[in-house]
Design a binder for this molecule. Structure first.
Ligand code: AMP
Length: 219
């Protein structure tokens, strides 16, 4: 089962993707997390990704697509994947379709998590991420049990440097210009499921799973 979670920065893709991947027992591929891990490790990929991330713009397609294809060739991706933060433009969507087609596979469903711009800004300004496992939290909506520590792995929580007001605005502009057109791309192939993302994490998660069960699991 191959599923894409689509939505603006702050829509809750990371949280819901982790939940869906665990429920469906498939791999979770989050390109933003892969780039942040590369930055933490100080690799050449990380050095390049940092430049784009700091500016709130997309990394070059060649870099991103190659990284995703490598990750996709790992054994845990064979039975399915939840893609989070990828694809981000038409070129990436076509590259993904092509790579899956080579293995006689295809994207099953695209879950578009819709959230108002006002709510996106509120969420991003309170967002905290685990430095170790990338689990997202929110200072007031979903705080950790112990302040500053990840419930899952005990890692240190931090605010992403690109969650500052200026970079967030740029990231939203990039989203509306480059990524939002994918909504109609996937609607055309009748793969799109739209979910109202403005509720508690648990409520939205329930809606996502229910919709996927109806459309895919019982197919
Ligand atoms: P995210 O954690 O998904 O918000 O991504 C953080 C940053 O990583 C973005 O602002 C981009 O610089 C880069 N990035 C993540 N995913 C992609 C992608 N699919 N294509 C290009 N750049 C990406």
């Amino acid at each position: 089962m191959y599923i894409i979670l689509l939505g603006a920065p702050g829509a809750g893709k990371g949280t819901q993707a982790a939940y869906v991947a665990q429920k469906l027992k498939v791999a979770h591929i989050a390109t933003g997390d892969l780039f942040r891990q590369a930055i933490e490790r100080g690799t050449e990929l990380g050095r390049q990704a940092k430049y784009y991330m700091e500016r709130g713009i997309l990394s070059p397609d060649e870099l991103t697509i190659q990284m995703v294809l490598e990750r996709l060739s790992a054994p845990d991706s064979k039975s399915g994947v939840v893609f989070d933060g990828f694809p981000r433009n038409l070129k990436q969507a076509e590259a993904l379709d092509g790579a899956l087609a080579q293995q006689a596979k295809a994207i099953d469903r695209v879950v578009y998590i819709k959230v108002s711009e006002e709510e996106l800004l509120r969420r991003l300004s309170g967002r905290l991420i685990c430095r170790n496992c990338q689990m997202p939290y929110h200072a007031t909506d979903s705080p950790p049990q112990v302040w500053g520590k990840c419930d899952k792995c005990g890692g240190e929580l931090y605010q992403r440097p690109d969650d500052n007001v200026e970079t967030v605005k740029k990231r939203l502009d990039v989203y509306f210009a480059e990524t939002a057109p994918l909504i109609s791309y996937y609607a055309k192939s009748e793969k799109l499921i739209e979910i109202d993302g403005e509720g508690s994490v648990a409520k939205v998660g329930e809606k996502v799973i229910t919709a996927l069960k109806k459309e895919v699991i019982n197919k």
